[in-house]
Design a protein around this ligand. Structure first.
Ligand code: GLV
Length: 308
């Protein structure tokens, strides 16, 4: 029995150490050192090299090193093999930091002050209270919930929207397509943390932007494929949206000629909002292997029909 890792090698080295210490019975290989392919029971990847799965006849679990799995081509992965996405505290903590940074930057008019500085303009804008700024998070998985909990602590009126109904303390929860207009109509700063699926692709489009109040701002920390780029630019240029902070784009890297780079009201970061932390994720994966071995439910198991 062995574990094959194919992703960032620095993280792989940390995982190898954890496996040696805590799961020595599972030999750990870092791609392209596959070892004996027939021994590979566990595979961890960010993206999958074409043809790899077909060479692993005894694969039992496919782990994704990231929270989202849309970048994985699962067409060659038999339905009998569970696919597990990353649910780990380090990744959640990073996302809470970035979302908080983005929401506070928008709340405190940081993009406007950056523009004023370029013009050497010393001018105070009115400081709004957190209680006046309604924050809404789309996607209420582990990350969305943690983000809302933190933002709620600042005093922002917080709401969440998800496909299936949720209940969260102190958060106004909306569920399903019918509830989307009401959720958007009360949202001044929208944070997208949805998984990218056939249903959510292009969800950040003209109709959605129009349903937000005038002057609203958008933070995208989901996937670039959630955004219809032309619609976002049009909504910003029309003054309906005030700003957008985008950590993800389609494609990535964002090509030099893409209009997002130079738009005065867009801030782009290169998909760094959060990343799977080597130490905390190693523990989660080893724990999941133990669960698999004793037939317990896996943490982060993907519903392949649902797409996340
Ligand atoms: C990063 O985008 C991830 O899915 O973990």
């Amino acid at each position: 029995m062995s574990f094959l890792y194919k992703s960032d090698p620095a993280r792989g080295a940390v995982w190898a150490r954890h496996f040696a210490e805590r799961a020595p019975e599972v030999p750990f290989h870092i791609w392209p050192d596959v070892g004996d392919p027939a021994q590979v029971r566990y595979l961890a990847v960010w993206t999958m090299p074409a043809g790899l799965v077909e060479t692993l006849p005894n694969l039992e679990v496919l782990f994704c090193v990231g929270a989202g799995i849309d970048q994985l081509d699962l067409s060659k992965v038999p339905d009998s093999i569970p696919v597990v996405r990353m649910v780990e505290p380090g990744l959640v903590a990073g996302m809470v930091e970035y979302a908080t940074l983005a929401v506070l930057a928008l709340h405190r008019d940081w993009p406007a002050y950056a523009a004023q500085q370029r013009e050497r303009k010393w001018q105070a804008l009115r400081v709004a209270r957190a209680q006046e700024r309604r924050v809404g998070v789309m996607g209420l998985g582990v990350m969305g919930q943690a983000v809302l909990e933190k933002l709620h602590g600042f005093g922002f009126p917080c709401a969440g929207w998800s496909r299936a109904a949720r209940r969260l303390d102190g958060i106004e929860c909306h569920a399903g397509e019918d509830a989307l207009p009401a959720f958007l109509g009360r949202t001044d700063i929208l944070v997208n943390l949805l998984p990218l699926t056939a249903e959510t692709r292009g969800i950040l489009s003209r109709g959605l932007f129009e349903a937000l109040p005038r002057g609203a701002a958008v933070v995208n920390v989901g996937r670039g494929g959630h955004v219809v780029a032309g619609d976002l630019i049009a909504a910003l240029d029309a003054g309906h949206l005030s700003a957008a902070i985008l950590d993800v784009t389609d494609p990535e890297p964002l090509p030099p000629e893409h209009p997002f780079w130079i738009h005065p009201r867009i801030v782009v970061t290169p998909h760094i909002a959060s990343e799977t932390q080597p130490e905390t994720s190693a523990s989660v994966v080893i724990d999941n292997i133990r669960r698999h071995q004793r037939g317990a439910p896996l943490v982060g198991l993907v519903d392949r029909q649902r797409g996340y």
